[in-house]
Design a binder for this molecule. Sequence first.
Ligand code: HEC
Length: 199
Amino acid sequence: MKAKPLLFFACLALVGLLAFTGGASQSPKKPQIQDTVKWPAKFGFGRTATAQEITAWDIDVRPDGKGLPLGQGNAAAGKAIYALKCAACHGAGGAEQPGVKLPAPVLVGDTLAKSKPKSIGNYWPYATTIFDYIRRTMPYNLPGSLTDNEVYSLTAYLLSANKIIKQETVLNAQSLPKIVMPAKRLFIIDDRKGGPEIK
Ligand code: HEC
């Protein structure tokens, strides 16, 4: 006889549950927002970029040198351009001055000693990246203003100031990718595929 009240409450609970879920499904539906606007064929602004404009933007240089433009430069020419357009922020000679806080990173650091700030000489794995970086971003206040010859010369100057190339080395699309940076050995190619080799 004790089972009867239990059964009664179980039935009550079931009815309550059905009422609850049934009630929820009967709640008023949200009005569907209809997209009634007919889009015009043209908005009247923007245009297709010209081949010339695309070429001007398409300036990436890859680590293997793909994308390097024609032209050339050397450290002597680069040193003069550096003094004029870079030294104000990066410091004279690119080296760290004791007691002087530069507004921009140091660009010369010819050893791999840990105490040195990370720089082209002790951290950058590819010489071609120096060219790519300077061409697209520097001088900070006027990016894109340097000619390709100026960028080759600045790259040569920074590499020679870091004792990676000789002062007289001429840099161009052929010679620049052949330079092996001291920090190359600090980097390994990430060849993981996303499978079990992931730790
Ligand atoms: C107005 C200041 C200013 C001038 C002028 C300037 N730079 Fe820079 N440069 C910077 C700043 C700031 C950074 C750091 C940018 C960042 O980390 O996002 C930088 C970063 C760099 C780097 C990368 C350094 C690194 O190790 O990360 C290079 C290379 C460089 N500049 C080269 C040049 C060259 C070459 C010139 C002259 C043509 C030049 N800069 C002129 C402010 C300047």
